[in-house]
Design a protein around this ligand. Structure first.
Ligand SMILES: NC(=O)c1ccc[n+]([C@@H]2O[C@H](COP(=O)([O-])OP(=O)(O)OC[C@H]3O[C@@H](n4cnc5c(N)ncnc54)[C@H](OP(=O)(O)O)[C@@H]3O)[C@@H](O)[C@H]2O)c1
Length: 373
């Protein structure tokens, strides 16, 4: 059994659900020979707390719910310094047992300070898992290289389609397959609003529902203006198509109340209006776009209701491979973090051995001097 020590950077909806899910899944984690202890929590306005022997995370959730601070102020110290301090205070980093869980607010302009949090974690000897799209949308290649140099994992399954495997699916189960492009519906809030407007529900009312459920981003314009989908498109393109995009490089058209009538008319005509994200490699360069598209009824994406998402991968060897997410919510996002944690646990624990090793290391260890085909 390995006890992983967690530093939670960001302690909002996602991190709190992750903490309760850890407790609920304690038996499943034990089967993986994983135990966990929260040794640090940092927020922006609610202070920070750390304890080498572990914090009572449930008590911290109650404090935040009551509007109280969880610990001392860290106004003068950025969270990156907090990560370094916590890492220095115990042995877990050296033993590959420290994990930074990054769930701060998405910054759509630069992906910061989340990128610095990831860098600080890796530089301190921690693995980093995140549900924040910023780091992978703005700095994937640099952070993957930093993780490889540090011999630690940087995992981000929750950045796109919550816990439904998309990055894991390609990395773990599609060896030798080249992804040529993808298209999908990747933002739950806008699909919910478009579906609601087809039924005549006003835009603002549908958006309020998503905000009340904690599904919409704290700044709703990130969803409705297409920025969240653009960040996911950049993240997917960077990882799956080896692109060097940021969300600003993705051509982007959002949704608004004016689409209410076209959405109803499309539905009446047997078609559906969807906010479609797409990217492809064309003539050696990557093009990426997010925009409302009217789809024929028999298109897989047209069948998505409410908060449902889907991605269709275009591949060289398998044709189209589709992944559909029928239920989205905080549990699914928290599950993404849980699955990343278990990936690291399997990596560290062995003897399941090479299953979770970073690709570069695996390639090196398998290199042979012969020329046998
Ligand atoms: N909610 C979802 O369903 C969902 C789904 C997929 C991905 N995500 C992503 O997951 C992340 C977290 O989402 P959420 O819904 O949990 O957000 P949230 O409820 O707004 O929580 C954000 C947390 O980050 C903290 N924070 C912000 N800036 C910080 C900084 N510079 N240093 C330290 N802490 C900082 C906040 O502290 P204060 O409260 O003190 O300000 C808060 O604890 C976001 O990147 C989001 O895009 C969310």
């Amino acid at each position: 059994m390995t006890t992983f020590e967690l530093v939670l950077v960001g302690f909002g909806h996602v991190a709190q659900r992750f903490v309760t899910l850890l407790e609920e899944q304690r038996a499943a984690l034990a089967r993986e020979r994983i135990a966990v202890r929260v040794v640090g929590v940092a927020t922006r306005r609610h202070g920070a707390a750390s304890a080498v022997r572990g914090l009572d995370a449930a008590a911290l959730i109650n404090r935040v719910a009551r509007g109280e601070r969880i610990g001392r102020s860290r106004e003068e110290r950025p969270a990156a310094d907090f990560i370094a301090d916590v890492a220095a205070a115990n042995d877990a980093a050296r033993e590959r047992r420290l994990i930074v869980v990054e769930t701060t607010t998405l910054d759509i302009t630069r992906g910061q300070p989340a990128i610095e949090h990831v860098r600080a974690g890796l530089a301190s000897g921690a693995h980093v898992i995140t549900a924040n799209k910023g780091p992978v949308a703005f700095a994937y290649h640099a952070l993957a290289a930093a993780a490889s140099r540090a011999d630690r994992r940087f995992l981000f399954e929750g950045a796109v389609m919550d816990g439904v495997p998309i990055f894991n699916l390609v990395r773990e189960t599609l060896p030798a397959v080249t992804i040529l492009g993808f298209r999908g519906v990747v933002n739950s809030t806008t699909n919910f609003i478009l579906t609601a407007m087809e039924q005549g529900q006003p835009f603002a009312e549908a958006l309020s529902e998503m905000q009340a459920m904690g599904i919409a981003e704290s700044d709703a314009s990130l969803d409705v203006d297409g920025w969240d989908a653009a960040a996911k498109t950049a993240a997917l393109a960077n990882v799956l198509l080896d692109a060097r995009l940021t969300p600003r490089d993705v051509e982007r058209v959002g949704i608004s109340a004016e689409l209410g009538r076209p959405a109803m008319e499309a539905r009446a005509a047997g078609r559906r209006l969807k906010l479609v994200a797409r990217a492809a490699r064309e003539d050696g360069r990557i093009t990426a776009r997010v925009a409302p598209e009217e789809l024929p009824d028999d298109d897989l994406l047209a069948g998505l209701e409410g908060q449902q998402n889907a991605i269709i991968l275009h591949t060289d060897l398998l044709g189209e491979v589709a992944v559909v997410q029928r239920g989205a919510g905080l549990t699914q996002t928290a599950y993404a973090l849980l699955s990343d944690l278990i990936t690291i646990g399997r990596d560290v624990n062995g003897p399941r051995g090479l299953r979770g090793r970073p690709p570069a290391r695996r390639a090196r260890s398998r290199a042979r001097p012969d020329r046998t085909l």
